[in-house]
Design a protein around this ligand. Structure first.
Ligand code: BG6
Length: 484
């Protein structure tokens, strides 16, 4: 039988985001961001943790990238903090911000690590929120494109992979529906859809601007994709899945890939009076950019179950498990449409995230069939409690098991015809988990810090570090040989 193999030159990598790793939140001219402000509101984050210092990547990036090189990483996905480049979101460029990312990119290239740059991973310059409400005003579009073009001009000759927006579906849902992210609005449906529409236009105009510059790289957006399975073959649940997909998945991916909204979902929102206002010019922009994206970025953590949700059923606003106490998260859904109950066939993490490697293959197959686009897995990983042993080792077999199963599922997707360009684990070092503090660890490299400040920040390699090193060294063959 033929062996299953990952493509040659496959980009094995890891990902991070500026706010979650950099720290140095007021250094070298950086402006305040929406997250710098939000974490200071009592009760918003686990034990009031902030990214003020984070894991000090700003000062230790050389050490971190040397560890990446030793592990054999082929790509490092990181985000740029908009407020380092434009402290006020627009106006004068802060040269020191550009210099920092230049050094970071050069350090990657020194080791032949392909830099993959996320333009926006949620940390909006606070000045734009103050000036006009950030994503709630059309002025954000020009400011975003201007910021993105500044990055293209500065780094476009060195950076060949660009991600416009990270998880637009998550930052808008948590920002305007559940009040868990800035700007902390609750159940503001109409604004939510208009904000999304604006973000789509900002993304699309950025794609068009990039392509006009002829820099020869690839560009796309990263979507937090949670594939859904119908509870069973009862047609009412099968329709709940179809509705879930239209409202929670295709609403974003269809716009990136086709430049249009799924019809049934649009009709549903029009009836509710929450559909976004879309002009003819918007349609042209969205459609022309859609034809130009080079990949679908996918952040995959879990799948879900779709069950019909009665009119008086659960809402999207149940409590989220941000403590790591299993079972403390609530079932959520949209009354009269769908809800997402537990999956009795699958285990969950301590934060109640469903562990489903098959969902990664399912999602890749779905994207391949529906959009025929190459895929970059821009995030995948396990948040877990880790223990630093007295001898400096960290034994994390649960993380190895999780990643191994997901990589094997991805290899199967490749075998079945999906074009996968890259796989980035979340994350390389431990980092700040937005709402869950530092105790929810994702990295191959343990960082000596807890919720309070003042620890050593020393880096320690976990067992999974050596394991990933082997995976990369063999281009995954040490795993895929099992799949003959
Ligand atoms: C994604 C984000 O939602 O998932 C990351 O892009 C985030 O920034 C990751 O950290 C894991 O989520 P969490 O909530 O466990 O940190």
């Amino acid at each position: 039988m033929k062996k299953i193999q990952m493509p040659e030159n496959f980009l094995w990598g890891s990902a991070s985001a500026a706010y979650q790793v950099e720290g140095a939140y007021l250094e070298d001219g950086k402006g305040m961001t929406s997250w710098d402000s939000f974490v200071r509101i009592p009760g918003k984050t686990f034990k009031a943790t902030t990214g003020d210092v984070a894991v000090d990547h700003y000062h230790r990036f050389r050490e971190d990238i040397a560890l990446m090189a030793e592990a054999g990483l082929k790509t490092y996905r990181f985000s740029v903090a908009w407020a380092r480049i434009y402290p006020d979101g627009n106006g004068a460029v802060n040269e020191k911000g550009l210099e920092f990312y230049n050094r970071l990119i050069d350090e990657c290239l020194k080791y032949k690590i392909e830099p993959m740059v996320t333009i926006f991973h949620w940390d909006l310059p606070q000045a734009l929120a103050d000036a006009y409400g950030g994503w709630e005003d059309d002025r954000i579009i020009d400011d975003f494109v201007n910021y993105a073009v500044t990055l293209f001009r500065a780094f476009g000759s060195k950076v060949k992979y660009w991600i416009t927006l990270n998880e637009q579906n998550i930052f808008t849902s948590l920002g305007w529906l559940t009040a868990q992210h800035p700007p902390g609005k609750f159940d503001d449906q109409k604004t939510f859809y208009q904000v999304n529409h604006r973000a789509f236009i900002a993304h699309a105009r950025t794609v068009l601007a990039y392509k006009e510059m002829n820099l020869g790289g690839k560009i796309g957006a990263s979507f937090a994709y949670t594939p859904g399975y119908a509870l069973n073959c009862d047609p009412v649940h099968v329709m709940a899945k179809a509705n879930y997909d239209d409202l929670k998945n295709y609403w974003w991916m269809d716009v990136y890939a086709y430049g249009r909204y799924p019809k049934a979902a649009l009709r549903y929102l029009e009836k509710n009076g929450t559909a976004p206002d879309v002009t003819d010019e918007d349609r042209i922009i969205l459609e022309s950019a859609a034809g130009k994206i080079d990949f679908m970025g996918v952040n995959y953590y879990q799948s879900c179950v779709c069950e019909y949700n009665p009119e008086d059923g659960v809402t999207p606003y149940g409590t989220m498990n941000t403590t790591g106490v299993k079972g403390s998260g609530a079932v959520v859904g949209i009354p009269g449409v769908y809800k997402n109950p537990a999956n009795p066939y699958l285990k969950t993490t301590d934060w109640d995230w469903i562990i489903d490697p098959s969902g990664l293959k399912f999602g890749c197959r779905e994207i391949t069939s529906r959009y025929a686009l190459p895929i970059i897995i821009s995030e995948n990983g396990l948040g877990a409690f880790d223990k630093l042993e007295p001898d400096g080792s960290i034994h994390d077999p649960y993380r190895i098991a999780y990643l191994k199963a997901h990589i094997l599922a991805l290899a199967e997707a490749v075998e079945e015809g999906c074009e996968i360009l890259a796989y980035c684990t979340w994350s390389f070092t431990d980092l700040l988990s937005w709402l869950n503090g530092y105790q929810k660890r994702y990295g191959f490299v343990y960082i000596d810090r807890e919720e309070e400040e003042g620890a050593s920040m020393n880096r320690y390699k976990k067992d999974s570090y050596y394991w990933y090193q082997k995976v990369i060294e063999t281009n995954g063959r040490n795993l895929t040989d099992e799949l003959r």
